[in-house]
Design a protein around this ligand. Structure first.
Ligand code: UDP
Length: 320
C-alpha cells in the first residue's frame, strides 16, 4: 500500500513509519518538524517537510495514497491550557485541511490518533468507548472535535472510512527511536532523565488525589503494541463507517508505582519531590480493552516493565 503518515517524524509517528516500511509499504511522511526529528524518519520513507495547513504540501503527498495515518498534532495538555487558539488552529484546522485534501485526491481511508483525554474525568472506571466524552482541557477538546468531524465526513462521503484510536499513555520505544520532546513533559522520559542524573529531582504532580496512594493513575501502553493496533485498524476500515477503539492494557499504575518500577529496573536512586497538581490532569484513567481485543484481535505483548527497559536502554545508548 501507499501510506501517508502525518507527524511521521514524531515519537509515535516515527515508530509507525518504521513498522509500515518494514511491512513493505510505500510511505510518505508529512511533518512540519515543529516537534519531530528528521533523523527519526526511516530513510526508506519519503519526508515532505510541510504543514497540514499548507495545500501544496498536501498536494505533494496525497496523490495515489491508499490510506492516511494521522498523528500530526500538538499534544501537551498544560500547553494547550495556555494556548487554546494555537491548539484549535493546528489540530482542528490541520485536520480540516487534511480531510479536504483527501477528498480532493480521492483518498478515503484514515486512522486517527485520538486520546483518553477526550473522556475528561470519567464517570466510571474502566473506561469503555461508549463513555461520556467531556474533555477538561483544550487538547482533549480539539481531539473530540476532530472525532466529530470524521463522523460527519463519513456521513457526507459514503466511500470514506475511518478508525479512531483513543490512546491511553504511550511509553517505551523501539531500538534507537527514543522519545524526545523539547521541553520534555511526559512522565517516563522525565523519570529516566532523573535516574540518569540529567535532572536534579523528579516531581510528583499531586499526592492528594482520591486514589489509593494519592497520585494519578494511568494506563501505560508500549508504543510498539500501539503501532500494531494501527496495522490492525488499517485492515478493518469499512466505507461509510467510523470505528472507535480505546488503546490501553486495562491496568492502571499510579505515578508512585511507576517511580518504584523505574528505581528497581534502572537500579538508580534519585530524589522524588511532592509538587502541586498539574492543571488539566484527571485523577485516574484506564481502559476496558475488550472492544479492540474482540473486534480487531489486538493482543499487546509488552508491559510497563518492557517499556521502561526499552526507554532506559535507548537513553543510555544515546549518551554513549
Ligand atoms: N507526572 C508527574 N511528574 C512529571 C510528569 C508527569 O507526576 O514530571 C504525572 C502527571 O501528572 C500524570 C502522569 O504523570 O498524572 C502522566 O503524565 P504524562 O504527561 O506522561 O501523560 P498524560 O497523562 O498527561 O497524557
Amino acid at each position: 500500500m501507499r501510506i501517508v503518515v502525518t507527524g511521521g517524524a514524531g515519537y509515535i509517528g516515527s515508530h509507525a513509519v518504521r513498522a509500515m516500511v518494514g511491512a513493505g509499504h510505500e510511505v510518505r511522511v508529512l511533518d512540519n518538524l515543529s516537534t519531530g526529528h528528521r533523523a527519526a524518519v526511516d530513510p526508506a520513507a519519503t519526508l515532505v517537510e510541510g504543514d497540514l495547513r499548507d495545500r501544496d504540501a498536501l498536494d505533494r503527498v496525497l496523490p495515489g495514497a491508499d490510506a492516511v495515518l494521522h498523528f500530526a498534532a500538538r499534544s501537551v495538555v498544560a500547553e494547550s491550557v495556555r494556548q487554546p487558539l494555537g491548539y484549535w488552529d493546528n489540530n482542528v484546522g490541520g485536520t480540516i485541511a487534511l480531510l479536504a485534501g483527501m477528498a480532493r485526491h480521492g483518498v478515503d481511508r484514515i486512522v486517527f490518533s485520538s486520546t483518553a483525554a477526550t473522556y475528561g474525568v470519567p464517570d466510571a472506571l474502566p473506561i469503555r468507548e461508549d463513555a461520556r466524552q467531556a474533555p477538561i482541557n483544550p487538547y482533549g477538546s480539539t481531539k473530540l472535535a476532530m472525532e466529530q468531524l470524521l463522523a460527519e465526513q463519513a456521513v457526507a462521503r459514503p466511500t470514506f472510512a475511518a478508525c479512531v484510536l483513543r490512546y491511553f499513555n504511550v511509553v517505551g520505544c523501539a531500538p534507537g527511536l527514543m522519545e524526545r520532546h523539547e521541553p520534555e513533559t511526559h512522565l517516563l522520559p522525565i523519570l529516566l532523565q532523573a535516574a540518569a542524573g540529567l535532572r536534579p529531582a523528579f516531581q510528583v504532580f499531586g499526592e492528594d488525589y482520591a486514589t489509593p496512594d494519592g497520585t494519578c493513575i494511568r494506563d501505560y501502553v508500549h508504543v510498539e503494541d500501539l503501532v500494531d493496533a494501527h496495522v490492525l485498524a488499517l485492515a478493518h476500515l469499512h466505507p461509510g463507517r467510523v470505528s472507535t477503539y480505546n488503546v490501553g492494557l486495562g491496568r492502571g499504575f499510579s505515578v508512585r508505582e511507576v517511580v518504584d518500577r523505574v528505581r528497581e529496573l534502572t537500579g538508580r536512586t534519585f530524589e522524588v519531590r511532592a509538587a502541586a497538581r498539574r492543571e488539566g490532569d484527571p485523577p485516574s484513567l484506564f481502559t476496558d480493552p475488550a472492544r479492540i481485543r474482540e473486534e480487531l484481535g489486538w493482543r499487546p505483548t509488552r508491559d510497563l516493565d518492557d517499556a521502561i527497559r526499552s526507554a532506559w536502554t535507548a537513553l543510555t545508548e544515546a549518551r554513549r
